[in-house]
Design a protein around this ligand. Sequence first.
Ligand code: PLP
Length: 383
Amino acid sequence: MASKRYLLTPGPTPVPPEVLAAQAEPVIHHRGPDFRAVLVRVLERLKLVYRTDHDVLLFTASGTGGFESAVVNLLSPGETVLSVSAGNFGERWTKMAAAYGCDVQQLRYEWGATPQADDLARRLEETRARVVFLVHSETSTGVVADVQALGAVVKEAGALSVVDAVSSLGAVPLETDAWGLDVVVTGSQKALMTPPGLAFVSVSPAAWEKSRTASLPRFYYDWERTREAQGQPNTAFTPAVSTVRALDAALGLLLEEGLEHAQARHVALGRACRAGAKAMSLELYSPDEDRSAVVTAILTPEGIDATELRLALRDRFGITVAGGHGDIADRLFRVGHIGYVDVFDVTTALSAVELVLVEMGADIERGVGVAAALEAYEAAVRV
Ligand code: PLP
């Protein structure tokens, strides 16, 4: 077993040493002035990353908890909601709203497809839903949807958008206010370079308005309770104080780099990873486009098992990449390049993939993947 570990999954993602150091500071009390100062700074920094002037609520939860808060604060039993789904996370939100007794209508695509604004306009017309679930970056497939266009269609229909930005916010452009997105949900463990455990939810004035009449039961995830506490500033319950401190350090790093720079870096990493895979004659499952900047889904050559590849990467080189799903699970693997990642993380993954695939019988010229990745990265950062 290799001792050095490389975490190259699309979440959780690697955490910078400064952030780990902040997480390891002695635990502080969440009702005292030390924590209050951190909380105030974190909430301000989150607004900058979200590109919003509206409330951003913080929950100690995973991203799924953040999304659940949107369901219970916006919907009533039996109410129609339209869920746009083209992968695992779209399906999750469909199931979640159904579990709460909502009338879930779907705009459902094959996994790996990119949702289209025209289709959404048609389904909205048919269903008359007042709330629409969108997934910005569908981590299971690598597809990043045009949430600006989809959000505009939702707005045009007078409905509210709830956007899953768990694997996109901070890595891929997302303009909460300028694009009129009502609710945007993300988590700490991806582009925000922090360990798992925190979820964030931005809420537009229109979403607040809707939450006043929504009647699904809620307590821990009650937005109003959380907003009231944050206004003091305080938290409704005991937050993961150490993770909030870590987040403070991570947001500081992200803002110091600059959002635009971080987004450009992700575009360059995506190009590098795709160029490397293609140079090794591997088929891309995720789209070969700049928007697809956070995870690259790749198919193994026919006859080579992706699970065996992943196990060998982990056991021999300490490299963790993610697996796939459905009827191509035996051929799909996903390399994450979100957050605290540079081009050498990508080339590490590609070179180990090459070594293992060659051993498993693939015909790959030595070094072509790494060379192509570096070339693509260089070209991207030069412009
Ligand atoms: N949505 C997307 C797009 C994700 O990638 C994930 C996590 O993998 C989630 C939602 C769920 O987040 P969590 O696992 O933090 O609940």
